[in-house]
Design a protein around this ligand. Structure first.
Ligand SMILES: N[C@@H](CCC(=O)N[C@@H](CS)C(=O)NCC(=O)O)C(=O)O
Length: 204
């Protein structure tokens, strides 16, 4: 198998962490999703990383589909629980963390417009509001548990950890550790895991 991704994409990081946790061998090919000569469109018509190429030639894209595929590939360290209710809870927490990331990426792109007059403060504030709301919901959901769902490490923790790691990388001004000590505690545990350490994005 081959994973195509970039070193700073939090969605790629989520897949790499799942690969590591499940001890699945996979080649990793770096692609800059913003480069002019990008080839990812061959595998994902949306032109986004990550994409996973399987040994039988299939291309799987969207990190949520890829991690589901990987989790089912081997029973080693299941990250998505089998029961309907627990599975939906884990996937919903993952969707929340991914949604935070989508808002963070949109606000960052808006802020990066070279012409200041083209930047929409309203749009940026709207996305920042989603980031704040997602952080609050993550902290509320965590409460005093050691991990996001049923006190057990799961895909929800992988996704939440990736979203918090991305805020550290791109939004150092957001003091989520100060405002949400519960998330800080969770991140302390997650960021110490080898799977997180080995996939840490390069410093901004
Ligand atoms: N829902 C997708 C999101 C993937 C995504 O947005 N990837 C970004 C990098 S963080 C990308 O490739 N952007 C390039 C573009 O939008 O053209 C997933 O979970 O895989």
């Amino acid at each position: 198998m081959k994973l195509i991704g970039s070193g700073t994409s939090p969605f790629v990081r989520k897949v790499r962490i799942v690969l590591a946790e499940k001890r699945i061998e996979c080649r990793y090919e770096r692609e800059n999703e913003w480069a002019a000569d990008i080839t990812i469109g061959r595998w994902n018509p949306l032109g986004k990383v990550p994409a996973l190429l399987t040994d039988d030639g299939a291309a799987i894209f969207d990190s949520r589909v890829i991690v589901e595929y990987l989790d089912a590939l081997t029973p080693v360290h299941r990250l998505i629980p089998p029961g309907d209710r627990a599975r939906v809870e884990v996937r919903c927490r993952e969707a929340l963390a991914d949604g935070l990331l989508e808002a963070a990426v949109l606000a960052r792109l808006e802020n990066a417009r070279p012409d200041l007059a083209q930047r929409s403060p309203h749009w940026i504030a709207r996305q920042r509001g989603k980031i704040d709301a997602a952080l609050q919901a993550m902290a509320d959901g965590l409460a005093e548990q050691p991990f996001c769902c049923e006190g057990k490490y799961s895909l929800a923790d992988v996704a939440v950890g990736c979203s918090l790691g991305y805020l550290d990388l791109r939004y150092p001004d957001i003091d989520w550790r100060g405002t949400h000590p519960r998330l800080a505690r969770l991140a302390g545990t997650l960021f110490a895991r080898p799977s997180f350490r080995d996939t840490a994005p390069p410093a901004a």
